[in-house]
Write a protein that binds this ligand. Structure first.
Ligand code: MN
Length: 473
């Protein structure tokens, strides 16, 4: 165990480093820190509800629930995050709430049920908006105590009842009790309709995404400056998550992946416990969440600050593949077409470089897809099939996706020479489709070999708080 004295000195060094970090990064940080708003105007959510009802038709009655609170143990809960669909339609962050959406007198009508004000609970858990405070968020706001009776009444005469998957807990019981005899609630149609709507991002959504991406990019740069052999993967995670919080992100959009050496070949590695070896690749796949939108950005570093010839060859092949894929992002394209562009380039480069003899071997080194939708969720819940059921979704301006080819040569890979073993590379950017092609939201974060080596040579603004071996004394 480290003594208090050591920790105190370490914390003083940390505070100083944070000041230096803020000063050195200058106006970019000042702009980021001056975050004005993390949510959107109530009118934005109202327009989304109207568009959803228009998609679903007049007869639909829609019920959505807030995300449940998940107990961690005893009287401690996991940190709460609102359900993305519920947030998308309400902008309301509190648990224990529900939304009833229907067409009334030819107009969309939203009733939001919220936890009532309660000084006893608020003493422990913080202020609630309550019925009056939430009034601007819906056409009608009621206490969640009224939900059971109101649901029963509204669902009784409904021709079509569409609900979000209510799970198997309290919400399910409430819903089952409210359903008319013989009535059934359908979940698939609502998921499909909301997914199609969430596919197209507005300019306000893109601004929040851009901020999430900018924060993630700044964290990547901090990690590049900090990375070195002998440090632990979790120290890089610490630099990254500290950067997220310092720049105003609420939380991570998904668990940080920092995998070095053989771990760089594990696609969703997130234990981040290993000491970083010399001459290793480090895959860093992280995304900050800002205003409920998440980034998803990956860079790969050479642990020593210089790529070895073998790492250089594999890295450049993946980078060429990623650039070919980004060039293929434009209206009318499909995710499969983009992936094919990446795989074609990767296969050619790996064969030309002598990493593999056959194309099929190169394909085996990239076992995952190269694109997914991005937005409120890192794997944004939106369909990949076209609405008419024929083939894939064709890209349209406003869609946001990741482009992330990789190449993973695990130790022991039988068909690749040992000098390439334990090299894992993934390069991931977030892009928005435009009328002409696409804009790379994460373009500010360098990815060329020269630029990464240059950044890694710069001094880190973060200190090592402790030499981790001190813990072992
Ligand atoms: Mn991704």
């Amino acid at each position: 165990m480290a003594s208090d004295r050591v920790l105190g000195a370490a914390l003083r060094r940390m505070a100083l480093a944070l000041l230096l970090f803020a000063a050195a990064s200058g106006t970019a940080v000042a702009q980021l820190v001056a975050a004005r708003t993390e949510t959107l105007a109530p009118a934005v959510f109202a327009a989304r509800r109207a568009a959803l009802l228009e998609r679903l038709g007049d007869a639909a009655v829609v019920v959505l629930f807030a995300a449940p609170v998940h107990a961690r143990n005893h009287d401690v809960d996991h940190p709460y995050r609102q359900n993305s669909d519920f947030w998308y339609l309400t902008g309301f962050a509190e648990p224990g709430s529900a939304l009833l959406l229907r067409t009334r007198d030819g107009r969309p009508h939203a009733t939001l049920f919220v936890p009532p004000r309660d000084p006893g609970s608020e003493l422990w858990d913080g202020a609630r908006l309550g019925v009056d405070g939430a009034a601007p968020l819906a056409d009608e706001v009621r206490s969640n105590g009224a939900l059971a009776a109101e649901l029963k009444e509204r669902l009784a005469g409904a021709a079509r009842i569409l609900v979000q998957d209510a799970g198997d807990g309290e919400r399910r019981k409430l819903l089952d009790a409210a359903l008319p005899a013989g009535g059934a609630a359908e979940a698939g149609e609502l998921r499909e309709a909301l997914g199609r709507q969430r596919l197209l991002k507005s300019s306000e959504e893109l601004a929040l995404l851009q901020r999430a991406v900018d924060i993630s990019a700044a964290a990547h740069v901090a990690a590049m400056r900090f990375a070195a052999p002998g440090r632990f993967e979790y120290e890089l995670q610490g630099v990254i998550e500290a950067s997220f919080l310092l720049l105003g992100a609420r939380r991570v959009g998904y668990p940080c992946i920092v995998g070095s050496g053989a771990n760089s070949c594990v696609l969703h590695y997130d234990s981040n416990r290993a000491r970083i070896p010399e001459r290793a690749t480090i895959v860093i796949d992280v995304g900050a969440e800002y205003g409920m939108y998440t980034a998803d950005v990956t860079r790969t570093l050479p642990s020593d600050g210089r790529f070895t010839p073998e790492q250089r060859l594999v890295y450049q092949a993946v980078l060429d593949a990623q650039e070919a894929a980004i060039a293929a992002v434009k209206p009318g394209a499909t995710l499969r077409g983009i992936e094919q562009a990446a795989r074609r380039t990767l296969g050619d480069a790996l064969q030309a470089g002598g990493v593999v003899k056959e194309r099929s071997q190169a394909m085996a080194l990239l076992p995952h897809g190269t694109c997914h939708w991005l937005g409120l969720d890192v794997h944004d819940e939106a369909p990949y099939r076209a609405a008419d059921g024929r083939g894939e979704v064709r890209l349209e301006p406003g869609m946001v996706l990741t482009v992330e080819p990789g190449c993973y040569i695990a130790p022991g890979c039988a068909f690749v020479e040992p000098r390439f073993h334990a090299i894992g590379v993934r390069i991931e950017d977030d892009v928005v489709v435009t009328a002409e092609g696409c804009v790379v939201l994460s373009a500010r974060l360098p990815k060329s070999i020269a630029a990464i080596e240059q950044l890694m040579a710069e001094e880190s603004h973060f200190p090592r708080l402790l030499d981790a071996t001190e813990w072992e004394r």
